[in-house]
Design a protein around this ligand. Structure first.
Ligand code: SAH
Length: 367
């Protein structure tokens, strides 16, 4: 018998489920409060009698995601979750405790169809879109962790305004292409905003560049942050590593992105992974990270309201790239700075726990 997932029920359905068990209505309300806090199992519902908790555990589950594995990085700030879905699919989400608040990176799909050549998430293809509930439940898992983990009593961080044990920021940068699951993602963001009070400007959606999806975000009209995974400043180079570029060319993608940010007077985030390749002698040669490409990228973005996030590549065994040296990364950044382009090097978090895109899920599937 498949168990009913209580979080997926409407209030009326939950009430019926509970009263059908011979229980008073108010229990449904109590259970809903626990669900909204992200309780992982019935045993922790303290104000519910034990007999009912056991009965519920037999017939039902709390959330549409279950924690299969929880990994804590040695940095003490990053926790990664491998989550199981009702149909056996697995996804990842990452909680990052930062000086500005608590940020959660969520997945929008089980797997990915985009086929980017440097990425682990897409190696096993797309399994399916996540429902809005499945995306939302990732935030709840993180929220429960923040309320109950060993850091819960830490004082408010020096520059932070939001480390009160709540999730304050969301990045839709986990596994999957959110603009291939646009309506569920929009539904999820609306609920994160209305139910958890997370402001539009604290939510960032990252896309490899699906133009009709960006237009849908413009029509939707909420002033969230948009990030474009650019990774190359020419169509010729981009098409070699991102198959989506054969569908939507670089300039079309950027035009759509500027339309979005101009509408909201927002800065566009540009993501640029720095990639090297190994030559026949095993030496690393730069791929998209040469000084020439830094100049080309500068020309492309000249005078635009954007921030370039340089991302040192996180090694994926199956992928035929190499991370460039720290020197090469700084040389690339210096050229952007000289050209007046806002840029920063993204601090990698949790590399010791395989926090880079899709690694945990992939490793588990391989085993
Ligand atoms: N599909 C969306 C969101 C998921 S990927 C997108 O493409 O933006 C989130 C970011 O991680 C993207 O910029 C992606 O290109 C990058 N990424 C993928 N694999 C990576 C790796 N091995 N190391 C560093 N960044 C990676």
């Amino acid at each position: 018998m498949t168990k009913t997932i209580l979080f997926n029920l409407s209030d009326a359905e939950l009430e019926k489920f509970i009263t059908d068990m011979g229980q008073p209505k108010f229990r449904a309300k109590q259970i809903r409060e626990w669900l909204n806090r992200g309780v992982p199992d019935f045993a922790q519902m303290k104000n519910i009698p034990e007999k009912l908790r056991l009965q519920l555990a037999e017939n039902a589950k709390t959330l549409p995601v279950e924690i299969i594995k929880k990994l804590e990085s040695a940095d003490g700030e990053t926790t990664k979750f491998l989550l199981g879905l009702g149909d056996g699919e697995q996804i990842e989400c990452v909680l990052m405790r930062t000086t500005y608040g608590n940020s959660v990176c969520v997945s929008s799909q089980a797997g990915c169809a985009m086929g980017c050549k440097f990425c682990a998430s897409t190696l096993l293809g797309l399994k399916r879109n996540l429902t809005a509930n499945e995306i939302f439940a990732q935030i709840l898992v993180a929220q429960w962790e923040l309320r109950t983990d060993k850091f819960a009593d830490k004082p408010i961080r020096p520059n932070g305004d939001a480390n009160n044990g709540d999730v304050s920021h969301i990045v839709i940068m986990g596994t999957g292409e959110p603009l291939q699951n646009t309506e569920n993602v929009i539904d999820f963001i609306e609920r994160a905003n209305s139910q958890m009070g997370i402001g539009w400007r604290r939510i960032t959606l990252s896309t490899c560049g699906i133009v009709p999806g960006i237009d849908r975000l413009i029509e939707w009209g909420r002033p969230i942050n948009l990030a474009i995974s650019l990774h190359a400043p020419t169509d010729e180079l981009r098409s070699q590593i991102m198959p989506i570029n054969n569908r939507y060319k670089l300039n079309e993608v950027l035009d759509a992105a500027w339309r979005f940010t101009d509408n909201h007077n927002r800065q566009l985030m540009i993501e640029y992974i720095l990639l090297g390749k190994r030559d026949e002698n095993g030496e690393t040669v730069l791929f998209n990270a040469t000084p020439e490409y830094a100049e080309k990228l500068s020309n492309l973005l000249q005078g635009k309201n954007c921030m370039v996030n340089l991302i040192p590549w996180n090694a994926v065994d199956e992928r035929d790239f190499a991370a460039p040296s720290g020197n090469a990364v700084h040389r690339f950044q210096d050229i952007l700075i000289k050209n007046g382009i806002h840029t920063r090097i993204r601090r990698e978090r949790g590399t010791d726990i395989g926090s880079a895109c899709g690694q945990l899920r992939l490793n588990n599937a391989k085993r």
